[in-house]
Design a protein around this ligand. Structure first.
Ligand code: FMN
Length: 193
């Protein structure tokens, strides 16, 4: 593999506009992060949740250090991750700040249970994780929060909420499976299962 010389790479700066355009191509599953205790709670919509390891079960999420959730996650050392189902668009919008709601007011209109670590978990989410903070790597504008999963609740729903090209998209395994099969590209040298 050819390695691009370091000085050549730095001579071509990547504009934030180009970077944003590129990242719009990346389809992301939509989750809501929750943080805090009692009335001192908040949360935010994210697409940056990803699995880190299965053994032990850990995940990571990239959170803007100016977001209201960030100091609460740091202070309490715990957070919830709620993978939204396709019907929970209103929850996604509230936790992204639409309507100007803040803190505990964002939780109105949906049902929540308190996890063992004390953070709210969303009833009806595809999956909800209770996480203890293992490490936070603060880099540039964001903190990479690594969470050790201490509990997980799975639902049997199959319709997910995704975000692609600046809009929410519903992906329903039952309804869309046939359509996806029609448009799927067969991999070379291998027959489908
Ligand atoms: C679909 C979507 C995905 C988002 N993903 C992230 C993310 O991964 N990390 C992040 O810091 N903010 C993300 N945001 C922005 C936050 O949801 C938004 O800034 C939130 O209002 C921050 O909370 P605050 O108002 O309590 O500070 C995303 C927003 C949307 C609409």
């Amino acid at each position: 593999m050819n390695v691009v010389p370091r000085d050549l790479m730095t001579e071509i700066p990547v504009s934030s506009a180009d970077f944003r355009v590129a990242m719009r191509h990346l389809t992301g599953g939509v989750s809501v992060i929750t943080a805090g205790r009692g009335r001192d709670i908040t949360g935010m919509t994210v697409t940056s949740v990803t699995s880190l390891s299965v053994e032990p079960p850990t995940l990571l999420v990239s959170i803007n250090r100016d977001a209201s959730s960030f100091p609460l996650i740091k202070r309490h050392g715990a957070f919830g991750v709620n993978i939204l189902n396709a019907d929970q668009l209103d929850v996604a919008e509230r936790f992204a700040g639409k309507g100007g709601l803040k803190g505990a007011d964002r939780f109105a209109g949906a049902q929540w249970v308190t996890s063992v670590s004390g953070v709210p978990l969303l009833v009806g989410a595809l999956s909800a994780f209770d996480c203890e903070v293992e490490e936070i790597v603060e880099r540039h504008s964001h903190g990479i929060v690594i969470g050790r999963v201490s509990d997980v609740k799975n639902s049997t729903r199959n319709a997910a909420l995704a975000y692609w090209h600046g809009q929410y998209v519903a992906v329903d395994q039952d309804e869309d499976a046939a359509r996806l099969a029609d448009v799927s590209v067969p991999s070379r040298g291998r027959r489908g299962i």
